[in-house]
Ligand binder design. Structure first.
Ligand code: SF4
Ligand code: SF4
Length: 295
C-alpha cells in the first residue's frame, strides 16, 4: 500500500507540474504565463513543453548569473523553507525524475552494489555540483557581455535533457537541423544516467542532484523527522536491509541521504520507526512510546 501510494503521488505530481498539454502539440511554444515566475519544489525542467512552473535549480542559476549578481533570496528562501519543513521528502515523493529512475531500477537484471568506499566518496559529488555548477560558476564566470551562464542546466542536467531537450527536438523540425555537440554531450549523459538507473537505485539522486544536496542540508533540523524507538527495536535489521538509499535508520534516522520514502517504516515488524513532526515524543505511538532522538 505504502509503495503504491508513493508511486501514485510521484506520478500525479509529475503530471500536475507538466500539465500544459497544449505545449506538446507540434508548432506550439512552451508555457510562459504567470505561474512560471514560481518554482516547483522538485527538479522539473523549465523548458519541458508541459511545465507550468520553474525548476528551482534553474531559477537559482538564472538569478546568480544575471548582470547584477543578485543572491536569489526568493528562490533560496523558498527552498530553505521546504527543506526546513520536510528535509528530503520532496526527493522521495515529489520528483518525477526520481520516479523515472525507480521504474528503470525495476527492470529485472542483476543489480550493482557500489563498493562502500566508492559510494561514500561519490555521495559528496552532489555537494560539489551544488557549490560549483549552481553557485560558483554562474556567479563568478562571466562572458564578455557581463553575463553568467546556467552551468548545471547547460552542461549537465539529464532532467532537462529528458523533460525539455528531447521533447522539444522531437516536436520541432527546425531544432533537429541545428543540433550540435552540446546536445550530443547532454544526450550521452542522459543515456549514461538511464543505464546506471537500471543497475543502481536512483544514481542521479545519490551522486549528482544539487537539489537533493541542498535539501539534505536540512535533514537534521527539519520539522518532519524519522523517529527511532530503540526500546521497541528487536534489531532484526530489516529496515537497513530494505533501504535502497543505503541508510541505516537505527543509527542515523535523519541522515542526509534519506529521501523520506517511508519503506523502512513499512518494513519494521516492531513498529520502532515512525515519522513525526519535531521531537514529537508525546505524540508518538511506537511500541514503548519512547523515542531516542538520534540525528
Ligand atoms: S531510511 Fe527509510 S525513509 Fe529513509 S530512504 Fe531509507 S527506507 Fe526510505
Ligand atoms: S526493522 Fe524495526 S525492529 Fe528491525 S532493526 Fe529496524 S527498527 Fe529495529
Amino acid at each position: 500500500m505504502g509503495k503504491k501510494l508513493r508511486k501514485a503521488v510521484q506520478a500525479a505530481w509529475g503530471i500536475l507540474c507538466n500539465g500544459y498539454v497544449k505545449g506538446f502539440l507540434p508548432g506550439e511554444t512552451i508555457y510562459q504565463g504567470p505561474l512560471k515566475h514560481f518554482c516547483v519544489p522538485g527538479m522539473n525542467c523549465y523548458s519541458c513543453p508541459g511545465a507550468l512552473g520553474a525548476c528551482p535549480i534553474g531559477a537559482m542559476q538564472a538569478v546568480f548569473s544575471g548582470r547584477r549578481r543578485k543572491i536569489a533570496f526568493s528562490v533560496v528562501g523558498f527552498l530553505a523553507a521546504v527543506g526546513l519543513l520536510a528535509g528530503r521528502f520532496v526527493c522521495g515523493w515529489l520528483c518525477l525524475f526520481g520516479l523515472v529512475q525507480e521504474l528503470l531500477y525495476k527492470i529485472p537484471v542483476p543489480k550493482l552494489r557500489v563498493p562502500k568506499t566508492a559510494d561514500r566518496i561519490l555521495r559528496f559529488l552532489k555537494y560539489g555540483m551544488l557549490m560549483l555548477f549552481v553557485f560558483a560558476l554562474p556567479f563568478f564566470f562571466r562572458t564578455e557581455y557581463g553575463l553568467g551562464e546556467p552551468f548545471f542546466c547547460k552542461y549537465i542536467c539529464p532532467v532537462g535533457t529528458l523533460e525539455g531537450g528531447v521533447p522539444l527536438v522531437l516536436l520541432n523540425a527546425g531544432m533537429r537541423q541545428v543540433l550540435g555537440g552540446l546536445f550530443r554531450w547532454k544526450f550521452l549523459l542522459l543515456i549514461l544516467c538511464v543505464l546506471a538507473s537500471v543497475f543502481i537505485h536512483r544514481p542521479f539522486c545519490k551522486y549528482v542532484c544539487p537539489l537533493g544536496a541542498f535539501y539534505g542540508l536540512f535533514q537534521k533540523v527539519s520539522l518532519l523527522r524519522l523517529h527511532y524507538d530503540e526500546h521497541a527495536c528487536i534489531h532484526c535489521g530489516k529496515c537497513a536491509a530494505g533501504c535502497k538509499m543505503q541508510v541505516d535508520p537505527c543509527s542515523s534516522p535523519n541522515s542526509a541521504e534519506c529521501i523520506r520514502c517511508g519503506e523502512c517504516v513499512q518494513a519494521c515488524p516492531a513498529k520502532a520507526l515512525m515519522f513525526g513532526m519535531g521531537n514529537s515524543k508525546k505524540k508518538g505511538k511506537t511500541a514503548h512510546g519512547v523515542y531516542k532522538e538520534k540525528l
